[in-house]
Design a protein around this ligand. Structure first.
Ligand SMILES: [Zn+2]
Length: 186
């Protein structure tokens, strides 16, 4: 696949992920993909306040949260993209894209696995396998079932690969969280 250099790639930008289940009422610190830029997210029931530092400049933005029901009777939080209102799991920031967090569609980002940081590269693999298995690309939603037309041997092979990448993804994400926790001394 030829690279389209006129578009940004997700590896060039900084992602923040919506919390996995219930929204905690505390500050969550997260690390940018490559540069270790500091981001503070303060979560309330219906909004997330994202404070971001870049080159000694502070940027402060409120992003609305929306909820969906999960299979297990719980609910899941999503960001509502401030521009297009699309329900999204990841918000992106790119320094040349304006001082706003938005979805990757609005930022015109492409997914090129080779330009992603390690944690995003492995996540991209998980998403790809999930889609091949007819599941949603959302790595946190549990259900993966064998598509009717797929042979069991193929399904099991893909599932095994999925689990392997998923484990690796968790490992890398934990490393990123520890890095930022050290940075803020908590
Ligand atoms: Zn958008």
């Amino acid at each position: 696949m030829p690279r389209d250099r006129s578009r940004l790639c997700t590896g060039d930008a900084t992602p923040i992920r919506v919390p996995k289940s219930e929204v905690p009422k505390c500050c969550l610190w997260y690390c940018g993909s490559e540069s270790g830029r500091a981001i503070a997210i303060r979560l309330d029931l219906d909004r997330a306040r994202v404070v971001f530092w870049h080159d000694d400049r502070k940027h402060d933005q409120v992003v609305r949260l929306v909820y969906s029901r999960t299979n297990f009777g719980g609910r899941r939080a999503w960001f509502a993209c401030p521009i297009c209102r699309r329900r999204i799991g990841v918000l992106w920031f790119y320094i040349w894209g304006g001082w706003d967090w938005r979805c990757r569609h609005c930022l015109n980002l492409t997914y090129y696995s080779q330009r992603l940081s390690p944690e995003w590269r492995v996540r991209y693999r998980v998403e790809k396998i999930r889609r091949r298995l007819g599941a949603t690309g959302d790595v946190w939603s549990g259900e993966i079932a064998k598509p009717k037309w797929m042979r069991w041997s193929t399904f099991e092979r893909l599932l095994q690969r999925h689990d392997m990448h998923f484990e690796r993804m968790l490992e890398l994400e934990n490393v990123a969280f520890r890095r930022i926790a050290r940075l803020v001394g908590s």
